[in-house]
Design a protein around this ligand. Structure first.
Ligand SMILES: Cc1cc2nc3c(=O)[nH]c(=O)nc-3n(C[C@H](O)[C@H](O)[C@H](O)COP(=O)(O)OP(=O)(O)OC[C@H]3O[C@@H](n4cnc5c(N)ncnc54)[C@H](O)[C@@H]3O)c2cc1C
Length: 606
């Protein structure tokens, strides 16, 4: 039967053994009290809520979906009640400022919570999923009066929030958006325009909804430099009362491939009352606080899907009997067939999933710790360094982890054979639900361009070099031990990346298409380098601790080796593609993609 077990043992390995998260967090003044016990207590409670309350609603949500009627949305049976329990247990406030009613715990614990929620029920998790990003954005950019009025209600989860960016003609390119904001003398604005694809734009879980809306002020410059951010509530609070209805209406919800329980709403704003957040025309910068938190959260959605898919395919492979294995233990010789887990082809599918899931968990919590340090470390330089590293890692997390949510679910489905294709089995829902994470919050193509052009080339590779220097330090420690071959492979990869970045930087000015052509490969190259680094560290820690739990720590070391032997070679292919493209560009014969179509296109427009 399809199920979800919170992976508490692996979470403890990553947080305590590998990253010493409680130790690192207790160095940050607001988290001096955080220790191992508190961390695992939160993990256990979060795991219980996810597996006992949310997971049972996952298939129901898929089957029943959301219903739209006369501007209102009914979420699937059980969704609103689960949200009530989530709110009453204080989960929304976990990592928020105590000045606004928060519990003041680290974002790292919030990431752990969201991994388990996403594993259990992606669609449901979309509703509170934007809450923390909205909180962080308002906390940083809103005027004091707005903060006092809205933050306590967002922190307590009494009101949920949305992120209203997309319009029918403006998706990846927000510079095209047309929604207008007209200022009034009383300090408010009137918002007019249509937004589409707004997750949780309408729902029946909270009585009020706080929309964060991107729009243009009169006379704003064209493009992305003329976008401002506004807070637009569904109801206009009047003191403690809910107040009157604002002029924002849900005009429909989408029928879609997956996450049927999440209301993907079209919203119409007809002179709706709103307030500016941050500075005029600097809306994208303000929204980026929310988008970065959301990108980390979306990456974690990918991890969550991949974990559940792996767990279930592993269980199925131990039960399903088909064909005789090439090598059979003596006690099975009389049996007509063996469990499919005995076939190396199935072991490969399972090990691929495992090496990615466990590797991405290390990357997710490494980055969550960096986020906490970037916000709270007492040393300003340390905060800046952590911020720089996060800027580099965010597109990798968003892109590679969501790819794995989908491809890992597909590998899991393969383990089930034809039974995986049948709805009742449960895995096909994960394949459908996980697909969207590769698209929203900036498509994975946009993430790759962001990484190479804005995060690597824009600062002359400085941020990247800081990260590679950290990786070099681990290599120096490991290059004489039992993982010395792997350390050598990693050292070569780090050097390969440095050289390619230099060549791209030299070639790009005369060939501006070049970095765009190889951005996806460069993203995976840097991503693999980081995950291989974390696996090298994990193997070292597992060796040290081996006597405490030999089976668990041996499996860690084996998985580290598997990553290097079977997954990391993908980097060779990516290097080859980068080299082929670079060589053509350097010879003055740049790669021509779809040359016939592009020629016709240019001629038709001439
Ligand atoms: C279920 C769901 C929930 C969503 N939730 C929200 C939400 O809550 N709030 C919100 O504002 N939006 C939301 N969205 C919208 C989502 O963020 C957009 O769909 C996404 O940003 C892509 O925009 P688009 O669909 O218009 O695709 P387009 O921008 O038209 O892109 C089409 C293709 O072109 C590629 N492309 C475009 N430009 C480039 C480039 N420069 N380089 C390389 N490739 C490029 C893209 O990668 C993509 O493959 C949601 C969408 C869905 C389906």
């Amino acid at each position: 039967m399809f199920s979800y077990q919170p992976p508490l043992k692996d979470i403890r390995f990553v947080l305590s053994d590998l990253l010493d998260a409680p130790g690192a967090l207790s160095q940050l003044p607001p988290f001096a009290e955080v220790d191992d016990e508190l961390t695992m207590q939160v993990a256990e409670e979060a795991g219980r809520f996810a597996s006992e309350v949310l997971f049972p609603l996952n298939a129901v949500g898929d089957r029943e979906g959301c219903r739209y009627e006369n501007g209102e949305v009914k979420t699937p049976p059980g969704f609103a009640d689960a949200y009530r329990q989530f709110q009453e247990a204080g989960w929304p406030a976990l990592a928020c400022d105590p000045d606004f009613g928060g519990q003041g715990l680290p974002s790292t614990l919030n990431s752990m919570l969201y991994e388990m929620l996403s594993s259990s029920n992606h669609a449901w998790t979309m509703y509170p999923g934007l809450l923390h990003g909205a909180y962080a954005c308002l906390h940083k950019h809103a005027a004091e009066e707005l903060k006092q009025r809205y933050l306590p209600r967002i922190v307590s989860g009494e009101w949920l929030a949305t992120m209203c960016l997309t319009e029918s003609h403006a998706g990846s390119d927000l510079g095209l958006l047309r929604t207008r904001a007209v200022p009034r003398d009383d300090g408010t604005v009137r918002i007019t325009g249509s937004k589409i694809f707004i997750s949780g734009g309408e729902q029946d879980m909270t009585e009020n909804i706080v929309h964060l809306v991107l729009a243009r002020l009169p006379d704003a410059p064209a493009g992305s430099k003329g976008i401002s951010l506004f807070l637009v509530p569904k109801y206009l609070p009047d003191g403690d009362a809910l107040g009157r209805r604002n002029a924002v209406t849900c005009t429909g919800i989408e029928h879609k491939m997956g996450i049927h329980g999440s209301a993907t709403s079209s919203l119409q704003f007809d002179e709706a009352v709103g307030w500016l957040v941050g500075e005029p025309n600097r809306g994208l910068a303000a929204m980026f606080v929310m988008m970065n938190a959301a990108r980390l959260a979306v990456g974690i959605q990918g991890l969550g899907s991949a974990e559940t898919a792996y767990q279930n395919s592993l269980a199925y492979a131990q039960e399903r009997l088909q064909m005789r294995a090439a090598v059979r233990p003596a006690q099975r010789r009389g049996e007509p067939a063996d469990p499919i887990i005995m076939h190396p082809a199935m072991q490969r599918l399972l090990m691929n999933q495992r090496a990615y899931v466990e590797g991405f968990r290390m990357l997710a919590y490494h980055s969550a710790l960096a986020l906490d340090a970037a916000e709270h470390h007492p040393d300003e330089r340390m905060r800046a360094d952590m911020d720089a590293q996060l800027a580099l890692l965010t597109p990798i997390i968003k892109s590679m982890m969501t790819d794995q949510g989908f491809y890992g679910s597909s590998q899991a489905l393969q383990v089930y054979g034809g039974h995986g294709f049948i709805t009742e089995t449960g895995i096909e829902q994960y394949l459908r639900d996980s697909r969207i994470a590769m698209i929203y919050e900036g498509t994975n193509e946009i993430q790759a361009v962001d990484l190479l052009l804005r995060k690597i080339l824009a600062d002359g590779g400085k941020r990247l070099e800081q990260l590679l220097a950290q990786i070099d330090a681990t290599i120096a420690q490991e290059n004489t031990g039992p993982m010395r071959d792997q350390a050598g492979t990693l050292a070569a990869l780090a050097q390969d990346i440095r050289l390619r970045v230099q060549r791209i930087a030299l070639a790009a000015p005369s060939n501006p298409e070049l970095p765009h052509q190889i951005a996806p490969e460069m993203l995976r190259l840097v991503g693999h380098c980081v995950i291989a680094w974390l696996w090298l560290r994990a193997a070292a820690v597992a060796r040290e601790k081996a006597s405490q739990d030999p089976v668990f720590y041996q499996a860690k070391q084996d998985t580290a080796k598997y990553y290097y032997d079977f997954i990391l070679p993908e980097a060779m292919q990516q290097l080859q593609i980068v080299d082929n493209t670079l060589r053509s560009a350097e010879k003055g014969e740049p790669l021509r993609l779809l040359s016939d179509v592009m020629r016709q296109y240019a001629e038709s427009k001439a």
